[in-house]
Design a protein around this ligand. Structure first.
Ligand code: MGD
Ligand code: MGD
Ligand code: MO
Length: 772
């Protein structure tokens, strides 16, 4: 952390700025979306939040002189790290074809040309992307602009992230987001921690985990890798721990599943529970008699021992039959499916033994209130939606939703990715209040289904998309199929990038290209009525205000709401929206949000500034199930594992893409992954030591990775250094975004369209290149 503060030359202002982070009167961290407590810790920020802050308030500038000195052709060869490292963008620019450089342009001219170009296009040919950092205010204005213009093409970063949750949770429990609140961590007995890397991705959540561990809460982890933050943790905010290096052991049980193996693993846990319940019923020990009395496998010693141990612990009900009866639908079918799956199959696909799955089930059954916390290892999968269904199924077996200390916690990524959806950023017309928008603003919103991220990619590749407007993010690097995308990108008529720092998606560009620099959230946002606050929604569905603290990086920056308003006015001409009044006073945007969503945002401006923010109503928290059946649904996945043409080919490994501790998505801070012991390079591949030998390689050797599915197209990344790692056999790991060229666009979950970034069949071959 100290290094990055020095590297970004912000040593003097950084400490003062950081002390305002995530506090009621301060600004909300620009890094992850973890909850901001009402009663804050002495320092409510983490190492990675500090890095993200230093990165944004850096004194470095990618200014006019910089762009004068470099053609875009030249910048194309720069690594991601070096592009962003140039610092903050300072003035609006337009690509000049004659010199191949970005040259300064006035805001007025930029908006006028963008408006003219958009008016000349069919709105179906235009895509409006949002990365998950934009505030509720900017996002609301942006979706309104897109819809008034006539487009529902609103791909966003959540299409690559928690979209599997957004599809699965409504089907299972009638909520579009997780149901957990912070106090659940104080009331829980046990946390199932699945496929999320807390130490790197959401370090402030470690406070909650450590406090829970101190109370004796059992943490049961399912992860492909042994992750440092999930094993043990020294809390920098507990001086005694720092001095004595006394660590908290986080996970009581640690199950290393194969990537993609969670459906099988969780089915195993459910099967153990259901069969133990059957056994108890058969032996007459259960108070609730079931019609399905016969245990499937009465001879099995492990299960009988498990059932007996549950009975001995005086938990006569392995399952919560009262809850199941009153609150759920589909239990019998699910239980039958669980009984039917064979242990050998579950073991093979999950990589866990029957004993391990039974042990996890025993811990689960002995706990009164269990939380389910999960992340990208579950959602970025071909069967991402089914993964989330399985998490819900397991929770429902013992009524672990809608009671204190239980609940589902989908750990979100970007700091406002959840909130953007809440205020209408969605390609699905059914999820937006179209009638309300029409009534409030007097226009007919498009009713057709827009493009999500992979569909936008397809449209860019095929040439159907003609213009790409980007509210933040680095689309080209974040999406799959890098080579095809880069080719399609250059054929776009118009690319407009609203950004804080230079990245690959700006260096490559359309025929007409604008780079529009905006204020970051940490900066003072001065408008007609004074400095403005914005708002965001955290992972636990709480809304918080955020006020910028530092002087803007340049006097020529505009805020995101001002840029959206500028484009909207130039494109739409006269409209009923008072764009200027909104930009002059963000309170008026919040009033408009409240008028659009009166229940969720009741008294928005009044409640927003309270410490701890305010919470969004979620019926599932009260066990009211807004599903078709009116109940919470058990949903059985049809298949335990995706089928590949390469299944059974021992030379093929299953690749999961990972984040290092020194990056925030496509922003690469540096080349150190301290927790995993990797220094100086990101071009590595983590392999099981036995696989290294079996495939005839050696540690430290360079290999090329080639996609093993989709023979129509060769996709390869070269010169990746082999790092032996504690990862199950048959699996391998490497960093994102370096490996995105390997992912075919079609390799996504058919239900949520989330790319399967955590499971791709690849082949490894000796590399002729030397890694840097
Ligand atoms: N420092 C930092 N913080 C971040 C980000 C960042 O890039 N850097 N990104 C932000 C964003 S947008 C997001 S979405 C979140 C992402 O945060 P996470 O949800 O933690 O996502 P990842 O780090 O990609 O990987 C998640 C974990 O899944 C495990 N895993 C992979 N495949 C499987 C599998 O099939 N099963 C199981 N059980 N485990 C598996 C990996 O070993 C890894 O520990 O973090 C946010 N916070
Ligand atoms: N292989 C693989 N691919 C993945 C993933 C994976 O795990 N594996 N994860 C996916 C996930 S979870 C996500 S969320 C996406 C991330 O995809 P994106 O959200 O598109 O990417 P980021 O890297 O977060 O975007 C970084 C850029 O945002 C801009 N920026 C930063 N702050 C601001 C701001 O305040 N305003 C504006 N306007 N711009 C700003 C900067 O210019 C910076 O270069 O990537 C996805 N891609
Ligand atoms: Mo994300």
């Amino acid at each position: 952390m100290a290094e990055i503060i020095l590297q970004e030359r912000v040593a003097l202002k950084a400490p003062a700025i950081l002390s305002a982070q995530n506090r009621p009167e301060g600004y909300m961290c620009v890094s992850c979306a973890w909850a901001k407590p009402a009663k804050t810790h002495p320092l409510e920020f983490c190492e990675n939040g500090a890095k993200a802050t230093a990165w944004e308030i850096t004194s470095r500038r990618a200014d006019r002189a910089f762009f004068d000195g470099h053609t875009l052709g030249e910048l194309e060869a720069w690594p991601d790290h070096d592009l962003e490292e140039r610092g903050r963008l300072t003035q609006p620019m337009r690509w000049d074809a004659a010199t191949d450089k970005y040259v300064p342009v006035s805001w007025t001219k930029a908006f006028a040309e963008i408006g003219r170009e958009l008016r000349a296009l069919d709105p179906r040919q235009v895509d409006f992307y949002t990365s998950g950092r934009a505030s509720l205010e900017a996002s609301y204005m942006y979706q309104l602009f897109a819809r008034m213009y006539g487009s529902n093409n609103m791909p966003d970063s959540s299409n690559m992230c928690h979209e599997s949750s957004s599809v699965a949770l409504p089907e299972s429990i009638g909520a579009s987001v997780g149901t957990a609140v912070l106090s659940d961590f104080q009331n829980t007995d046990c946390i199932f921690y699945i496929a999320q890397n807390v130490g790197t991705s959401s370090p402030r959540l470690l406070h909650d985990l450590q406090d829970a561990v101190d109370r004796g809460v059992k943490i049961v982890t399912f992860n492909l890798l042994r992750e440092r933050g999930l094993e043990r943790f020294v809390n920098p905010q507990r001086p005694a721990q720092m001095l004595t290096s006394k660590e908290t052991r986080i996970s009581r049980e640690y199950y290393q599943v194969k990537n993609g193996g969670d459906i099988a693993a969780l089915f195993g846990v459910c099967k153990a529970l259901i069969e133990a319940d059957d056994t108890l019923k058969a032996s007459g020990q259960s108070r609730v008699a079931g019609k399905d009395g016969e245990p499937r496998d009465p001879e099995n010693a492990a299960m009988i021992a498990f059932a007996a141990s549950i009975a001995a612990a005086d938990k006569k009900h392995v399952l919560d039959h009262d809850f199941i009866k009153e609150h759920t639908a589909g239990f019998e079918e699910f239980a039958q499916a669980a009984r039917k799956h064979r242990w050998e199959e579950l073991e093979r696909l999950s990589g866990l033994s029957r004993e391990q799955m039974t042990q996890a089930a025993a811990t689960y059954a002995r706990s009164d209130a269990v939380m389910m916390v999960y992340g990208m290892g579950l959602t970025q999968q071909l069967k991402g939606v089914e993964n989330v269904h399985m998490v819900c199924n397991l929770a429902l077996l013992r009524g672990n939703i809608g009671k204190p200390g239980a609940n589902i916690c989908a750990v979100r990524g970007h700091s406002n990715v959840q909130g953007q959806r809440t205020v209408g950023i969605t390609e699905k017309p059914g999820l937006a209040p179209l009638d309300k928008l029409s009534e409030l603003y007097g226009f007919e919103p498009p009713r057709w289904t827009g493009r999500s991220t992979v569909e936008t990619c397809e449209a860019v590749v095929s040439g159907q998309s003609r213009a790409f407007i980007s509210l933040g993010g680095n689309f080209l690097r974040a999406v799959p199929d890098t080579a095809a995308m880069e080719e399609g990108w250059g054929k776009l008529r118009l690319t407009v990038q609203i950004a804080t720092k230079l990245n690959r998606s700006h260096v490559l560009h359309g025929e007409i290209a604008y780079l529009l620099p905006c204020l970051g959230r940490i900066e003072v946002d001065e408008q007609a009525t004074g400095p403005q606050a914005v708002s965001i929604e955290s992972s636990i569905a709480h809304f918080h205000a955020s006020r910028g603290k530092t002087k803007p990086a340049s006097t020529e920056l505009l805020s995101e709401p001002a840029i959206v308003a500028g484009m909207a006015k130039a494109t739409l001409g006269q409209s009923r929206v008072l764009w200027d009044a909104w930009v002059g006073n963000y309170g008026e945007i919040r009033d408009a949000i409240e008028r659009t969503y009166p229940e969720t945002f009741k008294d928005f401006n009044k409640r927003l500034f309270k410490p701890g923010g305010f919470s969004r109503p979620l019926p599932a928290r009260e066990r009211k199930w807004v599903t078709k059946s009116g109940k919470a649904n058990f949903i059985s996945p049809e298949k335990l594992f995706p089928e590949f043409p390469t299944s059974g080919d021992a030379d093929v490994l299953h690749l999961a893409t990972l984040r290092s501790n020194d990056q925030f998505n496509t922003t690469i801070y540096g080349y150190s992954d301290r927790y995993r012991g990797v220094e100086g390079t990101r071009k590595i591949v983590f392999m099981n030591p036995d696989d290294i030998v079996r495939l005839g390689f050696t540690e430290g050797e360079n290999v090329d990775l080639t996609t093993a599915i989709d023979a129509t197209n060769v996709r390869r990344v070269t010169a990746m250094r082999i790092v032996p790692y504690d990862i199950p056999k048959g699996c391998c790991g490497a960093y994102y975004p370096e490996t995105n060229p390997l992912f075919p666009l079609a390799h996504h979950d058919p239900k949520s369209k989330t790319p399967s970034y955590k499971l791709l069949p690849v082949r490894l071959s000796r590399s002729s290149e030397v890694s840097p």
